[in-house]
Design a protein around this ligand. Structure first.
Ligand code: ATP
Ligand code: MG
Length: 379
C-alpha cells in the first residue's frame, strides 16, 4: 500500500539549467525507512518534494502504492511532510496545531481529539497540549510538527532534515523518537533526508546516496542503494567510499602488479600490498586507488600484512579514541588518518609502520569503480 516506485525519473528546473535528477530508478518497500543522503545540492529535497507533489516531474513515473501519482495533487497522495523549520502556528496551542489539518478536512471533533491524544502519547507531548509553541523547546516543537503529520495517518512520511535545527543532545533524543515512531507505525513508509552520516546509518533500512556535479551527467543521480552495512563494507565506487564513514576513508594512488581470483598484488609508492579483491579485469601496470578506513589500520609492527612507513604529524585525543594524522609516500605527499585506542599517543615526528590486512582494503579502478571484495563481510 505504501510502496514507492521511481521509474526513470528526471528533473530539470528550467530549460538551459543542468539536470538536477537523472535516471532515478528506485523502489521503497512497504513500511521501509529509506534515507536520502548526498552532498549539498545533489537533489535530495527535490526528490522528496516530487513525492510530496510539491515539484513537477519532468520525465518518468512516480508510483505510490502502485498508482501513478505524477498528476495527483499533494492532498490526495496520502503523504505527510515534516520540514527542518517546524512552521507551527504561533497563536495556536500544541493541540490546535496538531488538529488543524483534520479540522480543515472537516473531520468530526471526537475523532480529532482521539487522534491528537494518540499522537501526543506516542511523542510524549500529552502534558504540553495546552501550551503555545513559544513556550516549547526546539525539540518539543519538532515533535509537534511530527505529531501534526501523524494525525493525518499518512501512507508515507517525508522528513527533510527534521533535526538540523536542534542541538547535539536533542538530535540524539529526537532521532531515537523517530526510530521508535517507525517501529510503532510499521505500515507507513518513511523517506528521510539528511546530511548527517550517523542519522543515515542508524535510522535507515535502506540508504540512497546521490551523486552531485558532473557525476550526475556521467552516471545518473543515484550512486548506490543498499543497507547501511552494504554501503560501509561494499561501496560501489570511490565516491560512495569517501562519502560514507567518518573520519573518511584514506585513499592512495597505486598500480596493478598481478591479479588472481581471490586477491591481487598492487604497488603503493614502492610498497607491495596484497588486497582481497577480484581484480582480474584490470591489466598489470594500470592505475588504481587503494582505500582503507582509519579504523582498519594496525600499528603493531610485528603483525602480518604490508607495512606503510609513515611520519606522525598531529594527534587528536578524543578520550575513547585518538586520531593520528600521518604523512606517507615520496616527500610525504599524502596525509592519512588512523583511528586508534585513546591511550595511544605517539609523539609528533615519530616514524610508524601502518599495517594493512588484505581483507580490510578496497580497490578502485581508474574510473573509480570498486573491485569486488572476496572476503566474507557482515550484512
Ligand atoms: N526552484 C528551483 N529552481 C531552480 N533550481 C533549483 C530549484 N530548487 C532547487 N534547485 C537546484 O536543484 C539542485 C538540487 O537542489 P535540492 O534542494 O534538491 O538539493 P539538496 O540535495 O536538498 O541540497 P541541501 O543538502 O543543500 O538541502 C540545486 O542545484 C539547486 O540549486
Ligand atoms: Mg535539501
Amino acid at each position: 500500500m505504501s510502496r514507492i516506485d521511481f521509474k526513470q525519473v528526471h528533473k530539470r528546473y528550467a530549460p538551459g539549467l543542468p539536470t538536477t535528477i537523472k535516471n532515478a530508478n528506485l523502489v521503497i518497500a512497504d513500511g521501509e525507512f529509506c534515507v536520502f543522503v548526498g552532498p549539498s545540492g545533489c537533489g535530495k529535497s527535490t526528490l522528496l518534494r516530487m513525492v510530496a507533489g510539491l515539484e513537477d516531474i519532468t520525465e518518468g513515473d512516480l508510483l505510490i502504492g502502485g498508482e501513478r501519482v505524477n498528476d495527483l495533487p499533494p492532498a490526495q497522495r496520502g503523504v505527510a511532510m515534516v520540514f527542518q523549520s517546524y512552521a507551527l502556528y504561533p497563536h495556536m496551542t500544541v493541540a490546535e496545531n496538531m488538529a488543524f489539518g483534520l479540522r480543515v478536512k472537516g473531520v468530526a471533533k471526537p475523532e480529532i481529539e482521539r487522534k491528537v491524544k494518540e499522537a501526543a502519547n506516542i511523542l510524549q507531548l500529552a502534558p504540553l497540549l495546552d501550551r503555545q509553541p513559544k513556550a516549547l523547546s526546539g525539540g518539543q516543537r519538532q515533535r509537534v510538527a511530527i505529531g501534526r503529520a501523524i494525525v493525518t495517518e499518512p501512507k508515507v512520511f517525508l522528513f527533510d532534515e527534521p533535526l538540523s535545527n536542534l542541538d547535539a543532545a536533542l538530535r540524539v533524543q529526537t532521532r531515537l523518537e523517530i526510530a521508535k515512531l517507525h517501529h510503532d507505525i510499521g505500515s507507513a513508509s518513511m523517506i528521510y533526508v539528511t546530511h548527517d552520516q550517523v542519522e543515515a546509518m542508524t535510522l535507515a533500512d535502506k540508504i540512497v546516496l546521490l551523486h552531485a556535479g558532473k557525476l550526475v551527467e556521467e552516471r545518473g543521480s543515484i550512486a548506490q542503494v543498499g543497507s547501511p552495512m552494504t554501503l560501509y563494507h561494499r561501496p560501489a565506487s570511490l565516491f560512495v567510499a569517501e562519502f560514507i564513514g567518518s573520519p573518511k576513508m584514506n585513499v592512495l594512488p597505486a598500480t596493478m602488479v598481478s591479479a588472481e581470483a581471490a586477491q591481487c598484488l598492487i604497488d603503493v609508492s614502492g610498497v607491495r600490498v596484497q588486497v582481497a579483491v577480484d581484480a582480474r579485469h584490470i591489466a598489470a601496470g594500470a592505475k588504481l586507488s587503494l582505500g582503507f578506513r582509519p579504523e582498519h589500520v594496525g600499528l603493531d609492527a610485528s603483525a602480518a600484512g604490508a607495512g606503510l612507513p609513515v611520519l606522525v604529524r598531529h594527534v587528536e585525543r578524543l578520550g575513547d579514541v585518538s586520531l593520528l594524522y600521518v604523512d606517507y609516500g615520496k616527500a610525504y605527499a599524502h596525509v592519512l588518518t588512523v583511528r586508534v585506542e585513546g591511550s595511544v599517543r605517539p609523539a609528533v615526528g615519530t616514524q610508524l609502520e601502518l599495517k594493512l590486512r588484505p581483507e580490510n582494503l578496497h580497490l578502485f579502478d581508474e574510473a573509480g569503480l570498486a573491485c569486488t571484495r572476496t572476503v566474507e563481510l557482515p550484512e
